[in-house]
Design a protein around this ligand. Structure first.
Ligand SMILES: Nc1ncnc2c1ncn2[C@@H]1O[C@H](COP(=O)(O)OP(=O)(O)OP(=O)(O)O)[C@@H](O)[C@H]1O
Length: 879
């Protein structure tokens, strides 16, 4: 389809139950696998169960028999991908047909001004009109006809403005057909090319080209409450390329055959004719026309049988319609009429009663005319239709209004009246025939492929093969003749031009200047195609089966190779180009950077020179100032020294003024001995000064050493003093606590107790505390502690005074003939010895007091005091 750019059709035929519907599904699946990918193929396949549910029924010959015919048109994009499908038939413009007259009339007859305004061209310049090669009707002048139409429009009072608007719309439709699309991104989204077609359409419609382009290349979709604008792809545009699959009810022959079988078998008869026409008639006619050597193959032509159905006025269908129009007509009168008029036709046989037999291509079928007229009339009264149109359900409304609309239209062809003038309509047989003709026209515009389904048995059982039945089908369908014609015939054919164009590039030697036939022959020779495998006609080359495949394979391989070579070469060229480009860029960059750096360097050099020059100036100025000051100072010193010398030696020297006149400078004359004396004195004074300075330095050093030693000593003394004071404070607090505790305890036991202050602490052990009430020992303990406290106070006073004195001696505040350092060490030793002794005595006192407390039964109270005192003592123990 893609290669030949011709639509195709797959016509599946065979008896009822032979497998047409199943085959159609397989064909659809095959096409979906080949051209699928967008997901639409899934939707197409899903139509099968719906159609079968609504359109199939069980018959005696097939449990799933199609009771309708369907033509599934699968549409493809330019890339061969499925882009859509339709299942209804429609009228297309086939070869030998034209579109609506007005288009051709407008193109041919529009006056100059209108032509300019609408930018009109001739009919063959519009794609829509070019679809068929027929542009004119013999004996009809479209230009004249256009004048007639314009006149008529004037007569029926259509204003000139309205007429122009109509013509503008017609021209817009024609130009719209000429718009082309270009891919704008990787996802195959397209946009209309902004050319003359698009701008003309926009002008004629009165919109901007941008708006028109948007409308042509996007689609608005509603998702919930939002509107999404979706860009369209090429595959979403109809290319007009399609493959149609025809699956209609198969040939039927039951024990009793009625109007339905009559119609079905007539349709199959038509399809058989199509098959014969393409495989035998046209094929052989083409061979003969192109003058190839061909022995004619005979075949069973069913044209006579078809004539029996279609002939006017004495064909089966015409007679049926005629009889249906008679109010008194019955099935019997119909049967009699058939027998009367058709008894001489070899394909017809009148039977007894209301029956008749037709000799179909697939065998004889006897029809019973009972119900023929009723079914053909297909009565549906206007009342019923009106009732349906008033129903609340939308579907019956739509159906009824369609039917009403149709009944209002004037109809051509055989009509009959049934139930009044308002129920005018076509008979079923006429409609069936007209649909069949439309279908055949549609199929005629495609390249047909036929699938013959052969029914293996009439039992609907697997694994049963009825040889006679199969042979009969093969014979009836003309399969044997097809095999014969295929073996001896040339199924593949191609015009010389097309063949030369398609395979010419495979030639080893250039044949550009040669005519297509010579090129074609050269190709055949080059590929060693045997003479018996092809024939050269006047306009075409004819090939036997399988020959073109070799050429096609070679072509594909070569094209693939060429593409590969091209891609490699283009890649190489691109790489070389990029390399050169990079090199050029680097060179340019180096020039630019060099220039920039040179400029920057020049600025830097200028700045540097300026800085050096400024520095030079500043330094020289500074040095000059200093030099000037030095000179001034020297002069001042010289003048002072000279003045001093002059004054000092004024008594010894004589001032001699030159006897010259006032302008001469004064001159001082000094004796040499004075000068020598002066110099000696100066030198001596300088030596003494140096000596004193050295002495001064030594003294300074000593002073520093002394100060640092003093500082160390001071620090040491300070720390010792702090330690002593701390220890003293600790002893004092311990003693005061002990004293307070004992005093409290003693007063609670014996308020009359008196304390013996004169008691020596050392006599505590020698003088046992034996009074029974315990008053004596307690007061003795208190006195011991008091004495210890006193001793501590005295000693701390003494040690403190001694230390203070030594510090004063050391610092020179007090004169004393002793060595303060040595005395301090001795004082420290004494303090340590006393501290040790004092601590020992303190502990002994504690032990004795403990013992006392325990012996006198007042243990609990003493314990309490003891715990209190010693508990605190533990935290501030003397070290
Ligand atoms: N290829 C097949 N393999 C197995 N069974 C098949 C095949 N083709 C058809 N059949 C069987 O035959 C039955 C009838 O096939 P199908 O409905 O396709 O016949 P048909 O020719 O379309 O008949 P009709 O003209 O009555 O519609 C199917 O239901 C299936 O059981």
């Amino acid at each position: 389809m893609i290669r030949d750019e011709v639509n195709q059709s797959i016509i599946i035929s065979g008896e009822s139950g032979a497998g047409k519907t199943e085959t159609a599904k397989i064909a659809m699946q095959y096409l979906a696998a080949l051209g699928g990918g967008s997901g639409i193929e899934y939707e197409i396949l899903k139509t099968n169960p719906i159609l079968e549910a609504f359109g199939n029924a069980k018959t005696s010959r097939n449990d799933n028999s199609s009771r309708f015919g369907k033509l599934i048109e699968i549409q493809f994009s330019e890339t061969g991908k499925i882009s859509g499908a339709r299942i209804q038939t429609f009228v297309q413009c086939a070869d030998g047909e034209r579109s609506y007259h007005i288009f051709y009339q407008l193109c041919a007859g529009a006056p100059h001004a209108l032509r300019e305004k609408l930018n009109l061209r001739t009919a063959d310049e519009y794609k829509y009109l070019r679809q068929s090669s027929c542009f004119s009707i013999a004996g009809v002048d479209d230009a004249e006809e256009f004048c007639v139409v314009m006149e008529a429009l004037d007569v029926v009072h259509v204003s000139k403005e309205d007429q122009e608007s109509v013509f503008a719309m017609l021209a817009a439709v024609l130009w719209l057909g000429n718009t082309s699309f270009t891919v704008i991104d990787n996802e195959n989204h397209v946009e209309a090319v902004e050319d003359e077609s698009l701008s003309t359409v926009a002008k004629l419609l009165g919109c901007s080209t941008g708006e028109l382009n948007l409308a042509l290349s996007t689609r608005k979709m509603r998702v919930g409450n939002d509107t999404i604008i979706q860009k369209l792809t090429l595959s979403q545009r109809r290319t007009g390329r399609s493959i149609s699959i025809l699956d209609i009810y198969g040939f039927e022959s039951f024990d009793r055959n009625s109007f339905e079988q009559f119609c079905i078998n007539y349709a199959n008869e038509r399809l058989q004719q199509h098959f014969n026409r393409h495989l035998f008639k046209l094929e052989q006619e083409e061979y003969v026309q192109d003058g190839i050597d061909w022995a004619r193959v005979d075949f069973e032509d069913n044209q006579d049988c078809l004539n029996l159905f279609e002939k006017k006025p004495l064909g089966l269908l015409s007679l049926l319609d005629e009889e249906s129009t008679f109010p008194n007509g019955t099935d019997l009168t119909f049967a009699n009429k058939l027998k009367q008029h058709l008894h001489s036709n070899s394909y017809f046989r009148g039977d007894r009663g209301k029956a008749f037999t037709v000799n179909h291509y697939a065998g004889e079928v006897t029809y019973d005319t009972t119900g023929f007229l009723e079914k053909n009339r297909d009565l549906l009264h206007l009342d019923s239709i009106q009732l349906l149109s008033q129903c609340s359900c939308p579907l019956p409304q739509i159906f009824a209004s369609n039917m009403l609309n149709q009944s209002e239209k004037p109809v051509a062809g055989p009509l009959f009246k049934a139930g009044g003038a308002e129920s005018q309509k076509l008979s079923v047989a006429t409609k069936f025939k007209s649909q069949l003709f439309q279908l055949m026209q549609r199929l005629e515009s495609t390249t047909p492929h036929f699938i013959r389904c052969i029914k293996p048995n009439s039992l609907q059982s697997p694994g049963v093969y009825e040889q006679g039945l199969v042979l009969q089908q093969l014979r009836c369908c003309g399969v044997l003749e097809v095999v014969r014609i295929s073996r001896s015939g040339f199924p593949t054919r191609m015009s010389h031009q097309k063949f030369a164009r398609r395979y010419g590039f495979l030639l080893l030697e250039s044949a550009a200047s040669q005519d297509p036939l010579s090129v074609s022959v050269a190709i055949l020779h080059q590929f060693n195609i045997l003479p018996e495998m092809y024939q050269v006609g006047y306009t075409k080359l004819f090939f036997r089966t399988g020959q073109i495949g070799v050429l096609e394979d070679t072509r594909n391989r070569t094209l693939h190779g060429i593409l590969r070579v091209q891609s490699v070469f283009r890649g190489h060229r691109a790489r070389v180009y990029i390399k050169e480009l990079r090199k050029g860029i680097t060179t340019l960059q180096s020039f630019i950077i060099g220039e920039k750096v040179r400029k920057e360097y020049a600025v830097l050099v200028r700045r540097h020179r300026a800085a050096v020059s400024i520095q030079k100036r500043v330094k020289s100025k500074r040095e000059m100032n200093r030099y000037q000051k030095l000179c001034d100072a020297s002069v001042a010193i010289q003048s002072v020294v000279r003045g001093w010398l002059v004054r000092r030696c004024s008594s010894d020297i004589g001032f001699l003024r030159s006897g010259f006149k006032g302008a001469e400078p004064e001159e001082v004359l000094v004796k040499a001995s004075f000068l020598a004396e002066l110099q000696r004195r100066v030198l001596k004074a300088e030596a003494a000064l140096r000596e004193k300075e050295e002495e001064n330095d030594i003294l300074k050093q000593r002073l520093q050493q002394y100060e640092s030693r003093w500082f160390e000593y001071e620090v040491k003394m300070k720390s010792m003093e702090e330690v002593w004071q701390k220890q003293m404070r600790s002893l004092q607090s311990s003693l005061s606590i002990a004293r307070k505790s004992l005093a409290v305890d003693g007063s609670s036991r014996n308020s009359d107790a008196s304390v013996n202050d004169d008691q020596d602490p050392t006599s505590l052990e020698a003088e046992p505390l034996t009074e029974s009430n315990g008053t004596r020992p307690m007061s003795a303990g208190l006195s011991v502690i008091s004495r210890l406290a006193e001793e501590l106070e005295q000693r701390s006073q003494v040690f403190g005074d001694d230390a203070k004195f030594l510090v004063e001696v050391k610092s020179g505040q007090v004169d004393a003939s002793l060595n303060p350092d040595r005395e301090l060490r001795r004082l420290k030793q004494m303090f340590e010895a006393w501290k040790k002794d004092y601590g020992m005595r303190l502990r002994e006192t504690k032990v004795i007091l403990n013992k006392l407390g325990n012996d006198q039964g007042g243990g609990a109270a003493i314990d309490k005091v003891k715990k209190k005192w010693w508990g605190r003592r533990n935290s501030s123990r003397i070290n």
